[in-house]
Ligand binder design. Structure first.
Ligand code: BES
Ligand code: ZN
Length: 395
């Protein structure tokens, strides 16, 4: 009996030792693993274009992760002009064909005869046809702008216009002003089939667009931290058709990593962590943030640290303004200063907040669909350098 319980104790001891040892040995990889998996989670969401469902999912992911790390989280919404087609189509003979609303087209759901306009839709081309109350089908080109084609169709009484691209794919046309009637483009391939119809057909156009985007900044801080000394942030949105691994899931993950690392430290009492939205549309999120902030709040900041594209290229670059670049240099030997790239720190710099911009420069996949991967060790190295700088700054 004694023997047996001793053996159980021994086994228990070995088990505990093994668990402890594996934690100890594994611990250097914890940061790497979570930073890398955060990047992968964001990349899997697809292009996080500001105002899109994917960007909203990214903001929700950040909210959850910051909460899990022990922070209070606010989402700051902001609105700005940004046209988007949110699923327009043309239904002919019961079949819906995807069409693209021209940028700035009015929305609507017009229904009527689909009338093929000869040639390119010049005024004389309407003499032989009747488009009153109808949807005009017009070829692209012929030395006319989209706006001129729309004006002619509307003048002839059309209630909507479908412009057929002069190549087999579709085109995203842009108008300088909202047109009088809903205006869309269709691919050359599908347009050719419509032109080939012998008899006149009924069609319904469904133009679903919105003129504005809603951006969402994620702001995380410990309870009762109303006036931070430091803002640490990076944008989480990406450009269209790019999953934005390096630009900028990398910076987003490093900011989150710093928040996790510092959660229990005294420094966290002086920091706000932020994920900015709408950076790719012209620093919209950071601008919205500094515009709504009190002047006193901004004046009390010792600095703003921005992380953008920190997962590719070995050399970490830090561009500093004011007192911060000297501190960055003393905290890390490899840090070199360089002027490059527009990002969210500029919104703070414009309000005279000292800034540090952490980045690793351009790379071949910048703003492309291939921006799918980062190097985990570079994320970790960025976080380590940054945390040394944060410690120096908040001493
Ligand atoms: N991440 C880039 C900025 C950048 C580029 C940093 C290269 C480091 C190296 C950022 O998202 C971006 O594309 N910015 C735009 C300007 C912005 C105002 C739309 C740029 O730099 O062209
Ligand atoms: Zn970026």
């Amino acid at each position: 009996m004694i023997f047996r319980s001793r053996r159980i104790l021994l086994n228990l001891g070995i088990a505990l030792l093994t668990i402890g040892l594996s934690f100890y040995l594994g611990s250097p990889n914890f940061a790497t693993d979570s930073l890398h998996s955060d990047v992968q989670t964001l990349v899997k969401m697809g292009a996080r274009v500001a105002g899109s469902p994917a960007a909203e999912r990214a903001s929700e992911f950040l909210v959850n992760e910051y909460r899990k790390a022990g922070y209070e989280v606010e989402v700051q919404s902001f609105n700005y002009p940004k046209f988007a087609d949110v699923g327009s189509d043309l239904t002919v003979n019961g079949t819906a064909i995807r069409v693209w609303a021209m940028v700035r087209s009015i929305a609507g759901n017009p229904s009527g005869r689909l009338v093929a306009v000869p040639n390119y839709g010049k005024p004389e081309d309407y003499k032989t046809i009747n488009v009153k109350g109808a949807i005009a089908l017009v070829r692209r080109g012929g030395g006319m702008t989209f706006a001129q084609k729309i004006d002619q169709a509307a003048a002839a009484g059309a209630i909507a216009i479908v412009i057929v691209n002069n190549q087999s794919d579709n085109v995203r046309g842009m108008l300088m002003q909202p047109p009088a009637i809903p205006a869309v483009a269709i691919s050359g391939k599908e347009g050719a089939l419509l032109f080939a119809q012998k008899a006149e057909v009924q069609a319904t156009l469904n133009v679903q667009s919105r003129p504005n985007a809603i951006g969402r900044n994620v702001i995380a801080h410990l309870p009762n931290v109303t006036q931070p000394k430091l803002i640490i942030g990076g944008h989480f949105d990406s450009v269209e058709n790019s999953p934005g691994a390096n630009d900028n899931a990398s910076g987003t993950a490093v900011v989150l990593g710093l928040a996790r690392q510092l959660a229990k430290s005294p420094q966290a009492q002086q920091i706000w962590f932020m994920g900015f939205d709408g950076e790719e549309d012209g620093l919209r999120g950071s601008k919205a943030f500094v515009e709504q902030a009190d002047l006193k709040f901004l004046a009390n900041l010792k600095g703003m640290l921005n992380f953008d594209m920190v997962g590719i290229n070995d050399r970490l670059l830090v561009d500093g303004s004011g007192a911060l670049s000297a501190i960055a240099k003393s905290a890390s030997g490899d840090v070199r200063s360089s002027r490059f790239g527009g990002s969210d720190h500029m919104s703070f710099k414009a309000k005279e907040v000292p800034t540090l911009f952490f980045f690793r420069g351009r790379e071949p996949n910048y703003h492309s669909p291939n921006d799918q991967r980062v190097e985990p060790r570079l994320l970790v190295e960025t976080q380590q350098t940054a945390s040394r700088i944060v410690t120096q700054l908040l001493k």
